[in-house]
Write a protein that binds this ligand. Structure first.
Ligand SMILES: N[C@@H](CCC(=O)N[C@@H](CS)C(=O)NCC(=O)O)C(=O)O
Length: 219
């Protein structure tokens, strides 16, 4: 049985979406970010990223983690690659070239894209999007993403999805990293191929189920 540790309002959303796409049975353990609690180490505090029980699963104290029949694993994007490899099917690479492309897109998302998109989502999490400092951070982050967006836009001009002209784990991984800047409508309006690809990915029943559960999650 697969257990996913982490609230839906975290990078665990990627793994919940993946599990939904694969039709897996899974258990969710809603570990919350310690910063969301006043006193995360108080006795009786909600299970959080500082809780010793969770640190036994991930000593880094970061969500998500999984326990797949005793196999513990961290790192949201790598977890999705593992689940794709384990369960096979169209979401996974079918050839060495597709495996290479999926790894390339995923590492690109982690190293070139997410460091910038996460800055934007943090501004909104702190409700600073209308402050001068918040606007400046959003502006710098979006400008840093210029070449990444240009490259992806160009790629999607020639194919419906990232790899093999079908929906794969690469689409989940990249779509989730880009979701953090979806608040910046002008960026997507000026990249219509990315905008319509994201809409296609996010209209899938697997994403919708994850998103609805996320919306109902207690804050
Ligand atoms: N590279 C990691 C990053 C994990 C991460 O930073 N998770 C955040 C939540 S999205 C976290 O657990 N932060 C710790 C905290 O807020 O206490 C991954 O992709 O899994």
């Amino acid at each position: 049985m697969l257990t996913i540790y982490g609230v839906y309002r975290s990078r665990a959303s990627r793994n919940y979406w993946m599990a939904e796409e694969l039709g897996l049975e899974y258990k969710s353990v809603p570990v919350i970010q310690a910063g969301e609690l006043e006193n995360p180490l108080a006795s009786g505090a909600r299970l959080n990223t500082l809780s010793p029980e969770f640190r036994a699963v991930n000593p880094m104290g970061l969500i998500p983690s999984i326990d797949d029949d005793g196999f513990l694993m961290n790192e949201s994007l790598a977890i999705n690659l593992y689940l794709a490899r384990k369960h096979g099917g169209p979401l996974s690479g079918q050839t060495a070239i597709e495996d290479g492309q999926i790894a390339m897109w995923t590492l690109w998302a982690a190293t070139e894209v997410e460091p910038h998109t996460v800055q934007v989502v943090r501004v909104y999490d702190r409700k600073q999007e209308n402050t001068d400092a918040g606007k400046a951070t959003i502006d710098v982050s979006c400008r840093s993403l210029k070449w990444s967006f240009a490259m992806l836009e160009n790629h999607l001009a020639g194919s419906s999805h990232l790899v093999g002209d079908r929906f794969t784990v690469a689409d989940i991984n990249i779509c989730e990293v880009l979701r953090y800047v979806q608040t910046e409508k002008a960026v997507f309006d000026s990249h219509p191929n990315i905008k319509s690809w994201m809409a296609r990915c996010q209209s899938r029943p697997g994403f919708r189920r994850m998103w609805e559960t996320r919306a109902k999650e207690a804050a």
